[in-house]
Ligand binder design. Sequence first.
Ligand code: FE2
Length: 177
Amino acid sequence: MREVTLERIFTNPIVQKYLKRSGMAHAVKVANYAYDYAVSLGADIDLATKAALLHDVGHYTWYRDGVWDYDLYRENDIHAIKGAARAHKLLIHLGEDRQKAKEISVAVLLHTDSYLPEGMLELTPLQKAVKFADEADEEQGGKHHYKQMDYEQALSMIRHLDNKIDRNAYAGESHLA
Ligand SMILES: [Fe+2]
């Protein structure tokens, strides 16, 4: 059994505050996509889904006259940097293993290269899984941040994902034995 489950992260009040800001539906869907990408890329499913769930917790709101201003956001955004630091602090607070907390927060840091010259990064399979998962749910103009999902539905998807991770990890162990 893992030290920290997705459910523990998801139900944390601070995480909820950030997920409501950046889009709960998006975070949950990206966590689901990250599971599939991690399996196909041979990355750690526990780390990939946690990084995916937390990848946008660094978002700030870029409103102009009550409407989200995408240009303002593109010019000034550092959400991946802020998110990596927030994700790390949260994970340590929840009792996550320090090495895992570091890997997850680096994957959050590198999930977008919007603040770096293109082609500058060489990503590990874990970092790719999180980046591809985010891109899989992205919509033009940042619309993916506004998709709605109620708390109960999101929580049941997170629990389902936790079960899949535990089953997969267990199957992996028995396979090696
Ligand atoms: Fe995202």
